[in-house]
Design a protein around this ligand. Structure first.
Ligand code: SAM
Length: 325
């Protein structure tokens, strides 16, 4: 009898034996009452997959991954493999994952993740990123780029700020990334946005993790100590489906981004999605891009994706990492 199910409290010793942490999003593979495999799939990312050594090479990993993907529902799923893990790479390919192209670090620049993992420095030590269920050219819009970046950097237990709550989609996304041990604080100047966000969090079981407050992102510093924040998110423009007369403005958003960067811990990240189709949008786009691309490279790593070949005003994602090295 083979079953894939969500991990329970009593699975902790078996998970420990498999090298898996008893945390949110863990699926276990049970064979005749014994846990022989575990896989963590949370917020669209697989964080680990293990099968007990005596059961490897018999298709149990594929079975576990396929069932976990089915249980997780629709939407793209991402993961990373350390260099040289041929078995895991083959498993991912069998289950429909494809490798994502990724930039190699600039000469002399050691990839932080590889260094954290204790791997040798240099391009070959980079983990390989994988994606499944996303259209070709995944990441080809601002939100997907920002979310993929956050997914890679924000860990369970993190403290995150959503500077523009809106309808709460990003706040909920952050709550899922930080998990039950984390905290997310969201800001909006519109009562409707605050209500929408808090309702969304409650409906999705994240009311204990995240909270939206009716306040401007001009006041971020009143809510967090410098160096205490792991991630900050700005999604500029107006509230979709709400009052289009209320929108972010460069006189407020740019100083707020400066503050958010001061609040980030070293190694913390910030994403900014610049929507510039609305009133003052062009002025805000110019001011925000000038500020972010002008950040000192010794302090921040900034990447801007340009979708200017597309019709209309395609939003621009900017991903910033505050250097810890
Ligand atoms: C594009 S929407 C954000 C969308 C949101 N991230 C979501 O997931 O639905 C921008 C939001 O910024 C809000 N906003 C405008 N000025 C603000 C300010 N000074 N402080 C905080 N929020 C502000 C607007 O009210 C609007 O809801």
């Amino acid at each position: 009898m083979l079953e894939v199910r969500a991990a329970r409290h009593g699975d902790a010793p078996a998970l420990d034996a498999l090298g898996a942490a008893p945390e949110a999003g863990v699926f276990v593979l049970e064979k005749n009452g014994a846990v022989i495999g575990a896989l963590t799939l949370r917020a669209g990312e697989i964080f680990g997959c293990a099968v007990a050594p005596e059961w490897r090479g018999r298709g149990y990993g594929t079975f576990l991954l396929r069932r976990a993907l089915r249980a997780a529902g629709p939407g793209p799923v991402y993961t990373q493999t350390p260099p040289g893990n041929a078995a895991m790479e083959a498993l991912l390919r069998r289950c429909g994952f494809r490798p994502q192209e990724q930039a190699l670090p600039a000469a002399g620049e050691e990839p932080a993740r590889a260094r954290e993992a204790g791997a040798a420095a240099g391009p070959l030590s980079l983990p390989q990123k994988w994606v499944r269920g996303a259209p070709d050219g995944d990441g080809e819009n601002a939100l997907a780029v920002a979310h993929a970046f956050l997914r890679t950097h924000v860990r369970p237990g993190a403290f995150a700020l959503d500077a523009t709550a809106g309808n709460g989609h990003d706040t909920l996304f952050l709550c899922r990334l930080v998990g039950a041990a984390g905290r997310v604080l969201a800001f909006d100047v519109q009562p409707q946005a605050v209500e929408n966000t808090n309702a969304r969090l409650r409906e999705n079981g994240c009311g204990q993790v995240g909270r939206a407050v009716l306040d401007s992102h001009a006041n971020l510093a009143a809510y967090a100590a410098p160096g205490s924040v792991d991630a900050a998110v700005f999604n500029l423009g107006y509230l979709p489906g709400g009052d289009h007369g209320v929108f972010t403005t460069p006189g407020v958003s740019v100083p707020a981004m400066r503050t958010a960067l001061e609040l980030l811990r070293p190694g913390g990240v910030m994403t900014v999605c610049v929507y510039y189709g609305g009133p003052q949008g062009m002025a805000e786009k110019d001011a925000v891009l000038a500020f972010l691309t002008g950040l000192p490279p010794e302090g921040y790593r900034v990447s801007v994706r340009d979708f200017s070949g597309r019709p209309g005003c395609p939003p621009i994602p900017v991903c910033i990492e505050k250097r810890a090295w």
